[in-house]
Design a protein around this ligand. Sequence first.
Ligand code: SF4
Length: 299
Amino acid sequence: MRIAHLGLDAIYRAARAIRGLALRRDTYDDERYFPPRDMDPEAQLAYFTAMVAIDHRTGGPLGRPFEAVVGGEAYRGADLLYRLGRMALEEDPGLFSPGRLASMGLDEGRRLMSFGGAHVWDLETRVGLLRDLGRRALDHGSFTAMLDVATVDEFVARLSEARAYEDPVRKKAMLLLKFLTGRGILKVEGEVHIPVDNHLTRIALRLGLVEVQGDVWGRETSRDEDIAIRTAVRDAWGLAARAAGVDPFALDDYLWSFGRSICVRDSPKCGRCPFRDICPAHRAGHYPNEHTHTLTWYY
Ligand code: SF4
């Protein structure tokens, strides 16, 4: 039985609102997070592929925040992870090469992913993902050779050789494609999907883009249930992007920031929301959160 269904009327209402947002692609040049453009292209590719490989929930099942003040500026979640990655790259430009990743030790991983009292909750898993990714890149000779592809399908297939990128809903693969195509590092033909994480799921549920049936609330969902829900969310946002005439990756950038700052868990800031007039959750005064699926490295 399908547990997640698309709400087509809600999708087309959301598309009309999205059309008015004038969204544009980012070029991912913020040097707090991303490498400089004059860096060796293989090193840039290695950095993006490695950092996205470990870019999944940073807080963990206990919900401990991953946050720190770095250089006088507060960072949290993925922002902190990429800030630390960027600093590590500056200190040690060879850190993300295939050979170094393949032999990364826990102490090296801890130095990469910790700052002050901020630690990722699953350090061993992330280091394991980096080691595995390094081995896959070594099999090909380099990240450049590994990602020498012409289509989105080939890109996904190549990445799927690595455990970090095996998610059937392709969150990390599409996130990496967003960065690489936005930077102009990679050009591929084919249809892309929105990378679905907690924020995109929560917003889709509140707007009625996806309806979930069955007893999935108040417990850890199974892998299959999670995949079914996120697949529906991916398809719903994909339809909305097409109907709005907006690039799916531009929409993803918008929704990710929106989910972290406006449509947050528990107390959304509906007064500042462009979807307020069409939002069933706001109308009902009931704000569902995303389903619970914490034990994963897929997103
Ligand atoms: S109106 Fe409120 S609940 Fe609805 S999408 Fe906007 S912030 Fe989220």
